[in-house]
Design a protein around this ligand. Structure first.
Ligand code: ATP
Ligand SMILES: Nc1ncnc2c1ncn2[C@@H]1O[C@H](COP(=O)(O)O)[C@@H](O)[C@H]1O
Length: 220
């Protein structure tokens, strides 16, 4: 099954992905994580993406779409119905969504459902600006909602936590504007296709996971 997690920055897409992977037979393709990995490792792709990401702008479609298919085509067992492939942070433009449809057609696959996270502006600001991440293992925390056991230190690997550069307030505001201008149009796009399911993203992670499971049942 191919499922898109659609929502603004800080909506909880990565957090829900982690929970789904822990509990179900699922894999995640997060274009943001792939870009961050490439920036950390100073690859040509990372160098291309960095300027856009630091400002909170979108990386150009031609770069992002090719990257998505590179990863998707390397996934094993995706033809077997039980595996859930989670698209986290892709598509983010109408052009990306149309390319995704075309590419799925060519592969005799389809997008089975889109889970849209409904979260208000103030919550998004609090979640993003309070987010802390481990630069070593990628674990995500929040200074209030999900603090590590020892302040500023990753529970898993003991590394000092950092704030993502694009989680500074001014950059977050730009990312939300970019979402409203270029991504939110996808809510209508997928509603018209009859595959969009909304969830209340302000609830607890466990409640959101339960809601996800219910919506998955409706899509099956
Ligand atoms: N349901 C929730 N309740 C409280 N806090 C949450 C919830 N979901 C996520 N968070 C916290 O909000 C922050 C953002 O969550 P997450 O990284 O999952 O968002 P995202 O949608 O993947 O964001 P982005 O698109 O910017 O990468 C994190 O610090 C996370 O711990
Ligand atoms: N699908 C995408 N299109 C363009 N740019 C993207 C896409 N996915 C990620 N990016 C860039 O990465 C950052 C962070 O992404 P998160 O999913 O929020 O971690 C995003 O602001 C874009 O610059």
């Amino acid at each position: 099954m191919n499922i898109i997690l659609l929502g603004p920055p800080g909506a909880g897409k990565g957090t829900l992905s982690k929970k789904i992977i822990e509990n179900l037979n699922a894999v995640q393709i997060s274009t943001g994580d792939i870009f961050r990995y490439n920036i950390k490792n100073e690859t040509p792709l990372g160098l291309k993406a960095k300027g856009y990401m630091d400002k909170g702008d979108l990386v150009p479609d031609e770069v992002t779409i090719d990257l998505l298919w590179d990863y998707f085509d390397k996934l094993e067992n995706k033809e077997e119905g039980e595996l859930i492939v989670l698209f986290d942070g892709f598509p983010r433009t109408l052009n990306q969504a149309k390319s995704l449809d075309d590419g799925m057609d060519q592969r005799n696959q389809k997008i089975d459902g889109v889970i849209y996270f409904d979260v208000d502006y103030d919550t998004l600001i609090k979640r993003t600006t309070g987010r802390r991440v481990c630069p070593n293992c990628g674990a995500t925390y929040h200074v209030e909602n999900h603090p590590p056991k020892v302040e500023g230190i990753c529970d898993n690997c003991g590394t000092e936590l950092i704030q993502r550069k694009d989680d500074k307030l001014e950059t977050v505001k730009n990312r939300i504007d970019v979402y409203n201008e270029q991504t939110s149009v996808l809510i209508d796009y997928y509603t018209q296709k009859g595959i969009l399911k909304s969830i209340d993203g302000t609830k607890s992670v466990d409640e959101i996971f339960d809601e996800f499971n219910n919506k998955l049942g409706e899509l099956n």
